[in-house]
Write a protein that binds this ligand. Structure first.
Ligand code: AMP
Length: 111
């Protein structure tokens, strides 16, 4: 069953797109925690980082490259965080792999 991100990828739910190619979509988070809060996700339905398999490593590498590109475009190279929550105890709420790209303000240390 599709998650909300699956429906966004299929174009059935609107989103504010920041980047898109055949494999990857990046959108603005609907509840931003910082001036820049972008979600970078594969179009392939992968539930979380722990479900990744060796054939997915190139895709993950490309997601990192997209994060670098967006960070440069947004002017936050001096300080940003790229984070993914794996599983409910880590606060994951949407079970379609995504990286949060967060920046644009001074970020506290991980706690
Ligand atoms: P996580 O809790 O790590 O799974 O992250 C899910 C993120 O998705 C949260 O930061 C939500 O604010 C965000 N989110 C949920 N629904 C939408 C949506 N329709 N469009 C954009 N972001 C969303």
């Amino acid at each position: 069953m599709s998650t909300v991100f699956g429906l966004i990828i299929q174009g059935k739910i609107p989103s504010k797109k920041v980047f898109e190619n055949e494999r990857i979509l990046a959108i603005e988070d609907i509840h931003p925690v910082a001036p820049v809060h972008i979600l970078i996700m594969p179009k392939k339905e992968i539930p979380d980082i722990h479900s990744l398999e060796p054939q997915d490593w190139p895709l993950v590498g490309e997601m990192m490259s997209v994060a670098q590109k967006i960070a440069e475009e947004k002017g936050i190279v001096d300080g940003y965080r790229l984070v993914t929550n794996n599983g409910p105890n880590a606060g994951q709420t949407v079970f379609h792999l995504h990286f949060h790209l967060i920046g644009g303000r001074v970020l506290g240390h991980l706690g």
